[in-house]
Design a binder for this molecule. Structure first.
Ligand code: AP5
Length: 216
């Protein structure tokens, strides 16, 4: 079993690397952002509540997010291990995760931090387009769809995420620096942190990650 956590600033490429690592190691993906976007699409009460925070680039309150992650992890649907993506994002979430994993008798193997400069992030988020149907992610320059504006996988017209508009992006970066960045020290002190340069091509970053995870 390989249990990973992937961290990084908004737009660092967490989702892109997570998708590759999931396939390679047969891991179960637990992305709190994806969970909230699915609930928004369904129009559930949780989705409506999350949308209020997400469109402004703010975090959904910790108790709500912790309960969701606890419920998913308690289902134990991760025969080969899991990849937590976008969680934890605050000290209180990290402490809740420690408790949940300890109750389950599970350990994290590594915490990946994908490091990218702010200039690159802003360019990535401005160019990101997503499929509202299957969730596939593209970039206008580095990873365009075959047919302009249309998802390669399911042929649905692509959209720009509401929280990728500039005002929201700057708020997300601010929140990351204030609340999430300190978690790097939290995991470094536990000997779990693996920092990777996220500015190469998606494939070269993935190759380096696999080489470095080889030790686990
Ligand atoms: P979430 O969905 O987790 O968003 P995020 O952390 O802001 O991360 P992103 O999805 O924006 O970026 P990414 O790092 O996955 O980058 P990607 O691979 O797409 O959360 C969204 C919101 O949900 C939060 O703001 C919050 O409101 C709420 N939420 C979620 N979790 C929460 C929690 N724990 N607590 C409270 N609230 C929570 O790549 C970005 C772009 O770059 C793409 O276009 C991609 O194609 C391109 N790209 C990727 N890699 C490369 C590369 N190497 N070279 C060139 N282009 C690349």
């Amino acid at each position: 079993m390989l249990n990973l956590l992937i961290m990084g600033k908004p737009g660092a490429g967490k989702g892109t690397q997570a998708a590759k690592l999931l396939k390679f190691y047969h891991l179960t993906h637990i992305s709190t952002g994806d969970i909230y976007r699915r609930e928004m699409k369904k129009g559930s009460d949780l989705g409506r509540l999350a949308q209020e925070y997400m469109k402004k680039g703010e975090l959904v309150p910790d108790d709500i997010t912790n309960n969701i992650v606890e419920e998913v992890l308690n289902q134990k649907k991760y025969p080969h291990g899991f990849m937590l993506d976008g969680y934890p994002r605050t000290r209180s979430q990290a402490e809740a995760l420690d408790r949940i994993l300890s109750d389950l008798g599970i350990k994290l193997n590594a915490v990946i931090n994908v490091h990218v400069s702010d200039k690159v992030l802003l360019e990535r988020m401005a160019g990101r387009r997503v499929c509202p149907n299957c969730g596939e992610t593209y970039h206008l320059r580095s990873h365009p769809p075959v047919k302009e504006g249309i998802c390669d996988v399911c042929m649905t017209p692509l959209i720009q995420r509401e929280d990728d508009l500039e005002k929201s992006v700057l708020n997300r970066l601010n929140i990351y620096n204030r609340l999430t960045k300190p978690l790097l020290d939290y995991y470094r002190e536990k000997g779990l942190l693996l920092v990777i340069n996220g500015e190469g091509s998606a494939q070269s970053i993935f190759k380096e990650l696999v080489t470095r995870l080889g030790d686990y």
